[in-house]
Design a protein around this ligand. Structure first.
Ligand code: ZN
Length: 85
């Protein structure tokens, strides 16, 4: 387990979320969603909270919502489909 994952797991537990929120095969990182990701498409966004280039994972439904919003405000698209599963 790398440093990012250790830090993220600790933060998740402290905030009362599933320990693997936002991690590969864990749960969607959006707090209002938390859909299980195992066996599902993974969409990632760069983590801005810890200023690393680590990937935070989201379910497809949330990624579609983020992308729709990004397009609406003409901002760069944040979510990318993970192809290295
Ligand atoms: Zn989600």
């Amino acid at each position: 387990m790398n440093m990012f994952e250790r830090t993220k797991r600790r933060r998740n537990l402290k905030e009362g979320y599933p320990e693997d929120k936002g991690l590969m095969n864990g749960h969607c990182n959006r707090s209002g969603c938390l859909a299980p990701l195992a066996g599902q498409s993974h969409w990632w966004m760069t983590d801005h909270e810890t200023f690393t280039d680590a990937r935070l994972y989201y379910c497809e439904a949330c990624a579609n919502q983020f992308t729709a919003w990004d397009k609406q405000i003409k901002a760069p698209i944040r979510c990318t489909l993970e192809t290295e599963l």
